[in-house]
Design a binder for this molecule. Structure first.
Ligand code: GDP
Ligand code: MG
Length: 660
């Protein structure tokens, strides 16, 4: 809404412009007035709409045409004053004043006009008959009013209408020619209806109406008022009320009624509350609230935001199959001006048998957007009405900005729940397969993905010591020369080679030496396509020797050419490494016998779920402190781990006994 209002009075000499202003200010009719009143400013707190209002007089005798044009272009609303007993002054409204004003304002942003018939005390008959055709001819005329500076009749009303014409213009809402709301207004109100229809049954029931009323007007609707509203709609419309609630049709009818009765400020209050500006676009402040993200920090959704998104999902998962069918998804995004998710999203997150995004997948995609492009996330939450439904200041309340990763590294712990793993490797080394396998898709299933629907991201959850974490995999294009900062910055790196292609390891070795040899980011070498026959790599050292030399874990063999869903172990391990880059809990072998594997498997078994958390923290602290003491090679670290396992084994045994 505007911060102030500038009202200009024009018209023929002697129609009473100056007297009107003086009467308003002094609340009595001045017998003598100057040719032109000084510009006055009415302070916000004494105006009905609580905005400072400037009132500007015009006098042909005192001002040049140039000065008049300047005032016209500065004005927010212009009152064309005529005298009801002076025919010539009425004629001049259309022959002179309206064309003069319109020539000086843009066609698209015409300044609203108010026709003011002064000196109503002098005549018996109203001038309305002459005025109404003019009103119908010019849509920029907001309203007309007859008044008398002498009797003080309709003086404050006149200035109130002028103020209202600026603050709550009818132009964007209503077409007087068609006698109906404009389509952009219907669109905005339909979106508002959908957001307020919390259970998505197409009806605003009493509690939804109450919530709506409270959010928009800050007061609950009295029971009787609620009934009255519904009765008005019932009387005028066949299907405006259904199951004792308001249908969309009824809701739109009600607003048309408000506008037709000159109560369009009601509709504006609703529109503004839901983020719309005077052109019925969502404002930038609403869609993009300020959110500061210091370097080295990431963005995540907080608990409240997940709850909200969950309710949005539930509202649209009509068949309760925990997945969104194409129709359900379309319905969910109806409150958006465009479809935000393309078919690539189905290959970024988990889907069900039919390829529909599951509940998990849906939350994962939101997590991904929040992480990669928080502005977009704020925008999307804005379309869903997050701040309104959750009664928050803005969408920014949905976001947790994590603490700087530098501090996480110093303190050796993290509160983050989203970790990024960049996947690098030569062409055709198996990167995409590695990403898709995380979504539970084997090679046969992956082959059904169309090229144009391919995604370079995959995100899903893993459980690390009983805590649910998101792992975001990003496939980096294998253009060695053009690896950017962003391609390299992440929490853990996968370097993928194809064990059956002798030329594929070289890329991993080169990238490692160029970018990661001195970096703190943990690296894992993945030997992909392990179902195929392994060949010797054409590189000076074998992958295993390379790992030994650089104190990396031995290459992790991986295949997605499986009958069922590929194993998820590797992703849990990657997340663990991303969470604890210091920790020497880095056994990446698959023997299932060494410390890490066994701890891990035990900790994840159902039996010990309840004692897990306690034990885990003890184990981890031990692991870290012990391992940190020794800055030795990986092979040595494994033996340190073995001692720890002995301790853990005992504790676990005791805990299990107790449980029984
Ligand atoms: P302006 O040139 O448009 O500013 O008109 P003025 O305010 O100077 O008024 C011109 C004359 O009309 C003055 O003599 C006023 O006293 C008189 N006048 C203004 N308003 C009214 C009104 O409402 N009723 C009557 N009877 N006379 C008015
Ligand atoms: Mg005057």
């Amino acid at each position: 809404m505007r911060k102030d209002v500038r009202i200009l009075l024009v018209g023929e000499p002697k129609v009473g412009k100056t007297s009107l202003i003086m009467s308003l200010v002094s609340e009595e009719f001045p017998d003598e007035v100057p040719l032109r009143a000084e510009e006055i400013t009415i302070p916000a707190d004494v105006t009905p709409e609580r905005v400072p209002t400037h009132i500007v007089d015009y006098s042909e005798a005192e001002q040049s045409d140039e000065q008049l044009y300047q005032e016209i272009s500065k004005a927010n609303v212009i009152c064309i004053v005529y005298s009801v007993n002076n025919k010539k002054s009425i004629e001049k409204v259309t022959s002179h004043w309206i064309p003069l004003i319109n020539e000086r304002t843009d066609k698209d942003s015409r300044v609203p006009l108010i026709l003011v018939g002064n000196k109503s005390d002098l005549v018996e008959h109203s001038s309305m008959e002459t005025i109404l055709p003019i009103m119908n001819q010019y849509s920029e005329i907001e309203t007309c009013v007859e008044c008398s500076a002498k009797n003080l009749k309709n003086i404050s009303e006149l200035f109130y209408y002028a103020q209202k014409a600026v603050l709550h213009p009818t132009g964007p809402l209503y077409s007087p020619e068609e006698k109906e709301m404009k389509s952009s207004c219907v669109k905005a109100l339909t979106r508002i209806f959908k957001i307020s229809d919390l259970d998505n049954d197409g009806i605003l029931n009493d509690s939804e109406l109450n919530f709506f009323q409270r959010t928009c007007f800050n007061i609950p609707l009295a029971l009787q008022a609620l009934e009255d509203v519904k009765n008005v709609v019932r009387k005028n419309l066949l299907d405006g009320v259904k199951d004792n609630g308001l249908t969309l049709k009824g809701f739109l009818f009600l607003h048309t009624l408000f506008i037709q009765r000159g109560r369009h400020e009601t509709t504006w209050t609703v529109l503004r509350r839901f983020g719309y500006d005077d052109d019925l676009e969502l404002t930038q402040e609403y869609l993009f609230p300020l959110l500061k993200i210091p370097p080295d920090c990431t963005t995540e959704l907080n608990h409240n935001a997940y709850l909200f998104l969950q309710s949005v999902f539930d509202k649209h998962d009509k068949d309760r199959d925990c997945a969104l069918s194409p129709d359900e998804l379309k319905d969910l995004f109806k409150v958006f001006p465009y479809m935000p998710w393309g078919p690539d999203v189905n290959n970024t997150v988990c889907t069900n048998e039919q390829g529909w995004i599951t509940y998990q997948g849906y939350l994962s995609q939101w997590t991904l957007t929040t992480y990669l492009d928080v502005q977009r996330c704020l925008e999307y939450l804005g379309y869903l009405g997050y701040s309104i439904i959750q009664e928050q200041e803005s969408q920014a309340a949905a976001i947790t900005v994590t603490r700087s990763k530098r501090i996480d590294l110093q303190k050796k712990q993290t509160q983050r729940s989203v970790f990024r793993c960049n996947v690098l490797g030569a062409r055709d080394s198996g990167k995409s397969g590695f990403l898709q396998a995380f979504l539970g898709r084997n090679l046969a299933r992956q082959n059904r993905i169309r090229d144009e629907h391919k995604s370079y991201y995959a995100i899903s959850t893993t459980y690390v010591y009983g805590q649910e974490k998101y792992l975001l995999l990003h496939e980096v294009l294998p253009d060695f020369e053009f690896l950017s900062e962003a391609d390299l910055a992440c929490d853990v790196v996968c370097l993928v080679y194809d064990i059956s292609n002798p030329h594929s390891f070289e890329y991993c070795a080169k990238v490692y030496k160029k970018h990661f040899i001195d970096s703190k980011t943990p690296c894992v070498i993945i030997g992909a396509k392990s179902d195929l026959h392994e060949t010797r790599q054409y590189y000076s050292t074998s992958p295993l020797d390379f790992c030994r030399k650089h104190k990396l874990h031995p290459p992790q063999l991986f295949t997605c050419n499986t009958a069922d869903a590929p194993s998820k172990d590797i992703y849990t391990k990657l997340t663990t490494m991303a969470m604890y880059p210091h920790s020497k809990l880095r056994c990446m072998c698959t023997c299932n016998r060494c410390t890490f594997c066994i701890c891990h498997n035990l900790l994840n078994s159902e039996l010990v779920r309840s004692v897990k958390a306690k034990l885990y923290s003890a184990v981890l602290t031990r692991h870290m402190t012990q391992a940190d003491l020794k800055n030795s090679t990986f092979w040595l670290r494994a033996s340190v781990g073995a001692t720890v396992f002995a301790v853990l084994g005992f504790a676990m045994y005791k805990a299990l006994l107790k449980q029984r």
